[in-house]
Design a protein around this ligand. Sequence first.
Ligand SMILES: CCN(CC)Cc1ccc(CNC(=O)c2csc3nc[nH]c(=O)c23)cc1
Length: 248
Amino acid sequence: MRFDAITLFPEMFDAVLDYGITRRALDRELYRFKSWNPRDFTDDPHRTVDDRPYGGGPGMLMQAEPLDRALNAVQQDLSSENLAPWVVHFSPRGRPLTHQRVMELKNKPALVLLCGRYEGIDERLLQRRVDEELSLGDFVLSGGELPALALMDAIIRLLPGALNDADSALEDSFVNGLLDCPHYTRPEVWQGLAVPEVLKSGNHAAIAQWRLQQSLTITAAHRPDLLAKRGLSKQEQELLAAHPPGAP
Ligand SMILES: CCN(CC)Cc1ccc(CNC(=O)c2csc3nc[nH]c(=O)c23)cc1
């Protein structure tokens, strides 16, 4: 799996990818990463990449030409490895990123992550070069880099060999359709708060049931939409009825 980021702030990527699971996956050569700065594809001494919007309006836009040249450089580099690029533009107007889309994108051999800054990118570049637009959600960020890093993180965790305990990836709540249950570790009592007895019982059936019940209650409280989409078995309906949501 290869990721190429086109970004005005390449350091952001190294600053994040150099830690934890993404760092280990890089060391294990499960993926490769390369950043490309549009400023390196300008001709003027000021390395200009932005300009004012036609029609007026606040802020600046990223010009098409430097981005087009950067994309050509990426494409050339990928073609030397016979890799076809899939170009993702991160934008507030994109489709919201979901687990399903992460699962689909992880199978692409080469993802090109086009990260906008300012108020966005000249539409003509997007029209010509972008395969899909993705948003991180309905809130305003300062650019596409954090969404691009979120997508990379979500994909890298799913690459074979990235997680030592493969189950933890499969159990991720967005796989079984429910939100995660509470988790506890030592000490048994912390600031007067004790670990639920069932978790110390060694009764694995009771522990699994308690965790499922907790997940159902939390999902009903925070994300009733997920429950509706998922549907509940008879047993799950009974568990939820016995422990309806009430907590914040
Ligand atoms: C003028 C209206 N704004 C659109 C909401 C302009 C604008 C604000 C912020 C940005 C920078 N954000 C992104 O590039 C971005 C890229 S993906 C994403 N997902 C959620 N929220 C986001 O702001 C983003 C770009 C244009």
